[in-house]
Design a protein around this ligand. Sequence first.
Ligand SMILES: [Zn+2]
Length: 69
Amino acid sequence: MDNLLCPQCKIRRFYILNSAGERLVVTVSKDKQIHPVHENETLDGFDTSVLYCLGCSWNGSVDTMTDKF
Ligand SMILES: [Zn+2]
């Protein structure tokens, strides 16, 4: 599956936060859709406007991710 990548460290796993500060690990497909890594999880209640890289200090929106290594 084709995923968007962190523009800094080029990994494809990110997390997003809800108002309680809980993390949900996600990937982002090339059509900029955010998908929970685990099938039994949903995006309900999570802020999808900012994604945090699991591999480095990068955070930002899906529009600033890259599909190039
Ligand atoms: Zn990164």
